[in-house]
Design a protein around this ligand. Structure first.
Ligand code: HEM
Length: 124
């Protein structure tokens, strides 16, 4: 059997978009994180996050929005916020029955940007 890519196993763009939609539903409804998204263009965020994860999973898409560090410079995250977001992403992957090993790869793709997400303007 030909080894398929993570991108294929996740159901390509459609499958990844479903996970991202579920993830952002959880983010905006979350007690700790919801307020950060007030006034945000959620459709654009869902699209760019889908591009990001498609590219990270080996798909043909390319993430072309602002670099992660720059996009979050004005968002005053603490490490606990990032931890909570990663937890919600895991819940979304679980909701779509993504196997644990693949779910871990997706979570890692986001978690490895923790430093960039936490960067503040005075650290530019
Ligand atoms: C590494 C994966 C991520 C990518 C590629 C990404 C991408 C982006 C992009 C492109 C923007 C829009 C910047 C703009 O147009 O001004 C943004 C904003 C934002 N992101 Fe992320 N993000 C990621 C992870 C996260 C995580 C884990 C959180 C945790 C809650 C988060 C929360 C936010 C918030 C609150 C905004 C600001 C919304 C606003 O006020 O407009 N992001 N992100």
């Amino acid at each position: 059997m030909a080894a398929d890519s993570l991108y294929d196993r996740l159901g390509q763009r459609e499958g990844i978009r479903a996970v991202v939609d579920d993830f952002y539903d959880r983010l905006v409804a979350d007690e700790q994180l919801g307020a950060f998204f007030e006034g945000a263009d959620m459709e654009q965020l869902r699209r760019t996050q889908t591009d990001f994860l498609c590219e990270a999973a080996g798909g043909p898409e390319t993430y072309d929005a602002a670099p992660v560090r720059q996009a979050h410079l004005e968002v005053p995250f603490t490490p606990e916020h990032i931890q909570r977001a990663v937890e919600l992403l895991s819940e979304s992957l679980d909701h779509y029955d993504v196997p644990a090993e693949d779910a871990e790869l997706v979570v890692q793709a986001v978690a490895e940007y923790e430093e960039e997400l936490l960067a503040r303007p005075d650290e530019k």
